[in-house]
Design a protein around this ligand. Structure first.
Ligand code: ADP
Ligand code: G3P
Length: 511
């Protein structure tokens, strides 16, 4: 698969995502040499619950790494470093002696800890979590999921207190297994992943002892917090045995890195299962007063950490999957564009996909999905259009909040992720934001960011300027919608959002 223009050495990046795991081999120009990818099962045991089988995930990771290396026609000797990126917040506890997970991983979208979060809010106070961790107290983050497992898996708390149990997000799980598992694997996480747990002090970059106590989480289960770009250890077995494992970043931070948003005020938005916009805010954390998260963007070795403001949207690409798998209205994700393009507009329908409550900027766990504005006129094509518009309106709400919090007006939005192959969606986005939308040549920015960080750690690239030189624009969409239409439509969207809130009450609580 390597062509005449690509000569080694290379960097391999592993992206352990929500729906699939993939491995991509990159050359020095940041070009893709080979890709392998495998989906894993989405497990929905109850309404609002989402789990993954971590053993299946680790098997898939090994398979895609082998696949990508074979497709590239290279060996471990050609690979200078391995970078890791991952779905964030998804929580796993495993036995350090056997390597066996004690339960399925609880996925970031899972809402089972809503009641626990409300209780913690009453007892400890919302403000303390915001102040120390940069995050609102919500079921999205890892800490409450760890607590739920300790409370609900029989005998687990005792085993954890004895020091037999390890906690990790998917970065920790992959790195621990890659570096030897029960036979000497390193138990680490990076600052970006740790900043999504509700357990890390954002200012100190250490686990917050008071929060651990109030969450009743024993420190013995926690990984060591390291930077995003340094050598954690060497791969022990498999096709990449002996290669340094040299970066870890949560997937959205990796995309920020891959889009080379290294200067304050630069932002990107990634359109996958969910959508996540991050803006680099430099070396000081910026507090949000408009429903955004304050998070770590990246930290290169012993340099100062770089912070980011984030707008997280839980359901975007997964709504398209739902239209395909649960509703059967389309056969493939790409077909939504054809269906939505067969009509001029949404026919008056607005789809608020609050399947896991509403994330930014509302953080309302009592919201559930609604389609508002239905009449006999509405067809499945109008619904398809409303599905795409939901992603664009939710982005608009986030960019409005970003501008208020940071004072930065977005000149253009850098986008990436699976949904950006949808031209109608990208045009709608430019129309609703009233700003240009640009997509880079390498749309796989998540893996690219992990590869860049790993490459910096081992001296494959000298500095971030060398990485910037690799960024090239592939496509751009400019706004075409008139201001009156945009503002009228936005008002209708906001009215629909209001209708989704407060659905869960004592009468309808999920349990
Ligand atoms: N042409 C398309 N139009 C709309 N959505 C799409 C299209 N192609 C893929 N998607 C959606 O994008 C998501 C996959 O993107 P990807 O970046 O691989 O996601 P993730 O990394 O979250 O697994 C899926 O949810 C899928 O429904
Ligand atoms: O795996 P993705 O691309 O859906 O990303 C998931 C996010 O990291 C959740 O916070």
């Amino acid at each position: 698969m390597t062509d005449a223009h690509t000569t080694g050495p290379f960097i391999a990046a592993i992206d352990q995502g929500t729906t699939s795991s993939r491995c991509i081999v990159f050359d020095k120009d940041g070009r893709i040499v080979s890709v392998d990818q495998k989906e894993h099962e989405q497990i929905f045991p109850k309404p609002g619950w989402v789990e993954h089988n971590a053993t299946e995930i680790w098997e898939n990771v090994q398979e895609v790494v082998a696949g990508a290396i074979v497709k590239a026609g290279i060996t471990a000797a050609d690979v200078k470093a391995i970078g890791i990126t991952n779905q964030r917040e998804t929580t796993l506890l495993w036995d350090k002696n056997t390597g066996e997970p004690v339960h399925n991983a609880i996925v970031w979208q899972d809402t089972r800890t809503d009641a626990l979060c409300k209780e913690l809010g009453r007892n400890v106070g919302q403000d303390r979590f915001r102040r120390e961790t940069g995050l609102p107290l919500a079921s999205y983050f890892s800490g409450p999921k760890v607590r739920w497992l300790l409370d609900n898996v029989e005998g687990l708390r005792e085993r954890a207190e004895r020091g037999d149990i390890l906690f990790g997000t998917m970065d920790s799980w992959v790195i621990w297994n890659l570096t030897g598992g029960a036979d000497g694997g390193v138990h680490v996480t990076d600052v970006t992943n740790a900043s999504r747990t509700l357990l890390m002090n954002l200012h100190e970059m250490t686990w917050d002892q008071r929060i651990l106590q109030s969450m009743e989480i024993p420190a013995a289960v926690l990984p060591e917090i390291r930077s995003s770009a340094e050598v954690y250890g060497l791969a022990k077995d498999g096709v990449l045995a002996g290669v340094p494992v040299a970066s870890a970043l949560g997937d959205q931070q990796a995309a920020l890195f891959g889009q080379t948003c290294f200067s304050e005020g630069e932002a990107k938005s990634t359109y996958g299962t969910g959508t996540f916009m991050l803006m680099n805010t430099g070396e000081t954390p910026v507090n949000s007063y408009n429903g955004l998260l304050t998070t770590v963007g990246y930290r290169i070795g012993d340099q100062k950490p770089v912070y980011a403001l984030e707008g997280s949207i839980a359901v975007t690409g997964s709504l398209v999957q739902w239209m395909r798998d649960q509703m059967g209205l389309i056969k493939s994700a790409a077909e939504i564009e054809t269906l939505a393009s067969s009509v001029e507009d949404n026919g008056g329908a607005y789809f608020v996909p609050a399947f896991s409550g509403l994330f930014a900027p509302y953080w309302r766990s009592d919201a559930r999905g609604v389609i508002a504005g239905l009449t006999r006129y509405v067809t499945k094509a109008h619904i398809a259009r409303a599905v795409l518009e939901a992603t664009a309106w939710q982005t608009r709400e986030i960019t409005d909040a970003m501008t208020k919090d940071s004072g930065v007006e977005l000149a253009a939005l850098k986008v990436d992720g699976g949904m950006t192959s949808n031209n109608l969606l990208m045009q709608t986005l430019a129309d609703f934001l009233d700003a240009p939308v640009v997509r880079p040549m390498v749309a796989e920015t998540t893996c690219l960011g992990a590869a860049y960080a790993a490459g910096l750690a081992v001296g494959f690239w000298p500095d971030t300027d060398a990485l910037r030189a690799n960024w090239r624009r592939a496509a751009e969409w400019t706004p075409r919608m008139d201001a009156d239409t945009r503002e009228r439509e936005y008002k209708s969207w906001l009215k629909a959002v209001e209708r989704s809130m407060g659905w869960l009450d004592d009468n309808t609580a999920e349990e």
